[in-house]
Design a protein around this ligand. Structure first.
Ligand SMILES: [Zn+2]
Ligand SMILES: [Zn+2]
Ligand SMILES: [Zn+2]
Length: 142
């Protein structure tokens, strides 16, 4: 089980137990809030402060090992799937988030007709709708 260590070393990051624990939690998949990440890290290590988890997430994100997303109206979330320019579909009912592959795979996947002279390097695409569970709830509520 050295994949976490190898990942950290490959990005020039010092290997520490809290960093390995955060990587391990993110590796479980999903889009997790910091509180949830901290809770799961503490199940592995006794004393890790929320601030330490924030610092680790910042370092991992800068190193390209995690990605931070922040849909409107939702706290920041982190995921291990980074670097592939995928997008998200967010449920308006419950806030559930799912990954959506990018059709082009590289940023920016949309080209503005008029960029006002900017060199555009990313289009932040978020799809909004109702997840399957919320659709069922809507259809049976009335
Ligand atoms: Zn939902
Ligand atoms: Zn994602
Ligand atoms: Zn795209």
């Amino acid at each position: 089980m050295s994949t976490g260590e190898e990942l950290l070393r490959s990005r020039g990051l010092r290997v520490t137990r809290p960093r390995l624990a955060v990587l391990d939690v993110l590796g479980g998949g999903g889009h997790l809030e910091v509180d949830e990440i901290t809770r799961r890290v503490r199940m592995r290590l006794d004393s890790v402060s929320t601030q330490a988890v924030y610092d680790i997430l910042g370092a991992l994100s800068r190193a390209g090992l995690s990605r931070r997303i922040e849909p409107a109206g939702s706290p920041a979330r982190y995921e291990a799937r980074a670097g592939d320019n995928h997008h998200h579909v967010v449920c308006r009912g419950c806030g559930e988030i799912a990954d959506v592959d990018c059709a082009t795979g590289s940023a920016p996947c949309l080209d503005p007709n008029l960029a006002h002279g900017y060199e555009v390097d990313e289009a932040e695409v978020t799809f909004w709708g109702l997840c399957p569970a919320c659709r069922i709830r809507r259809d049976t509520d009335h």
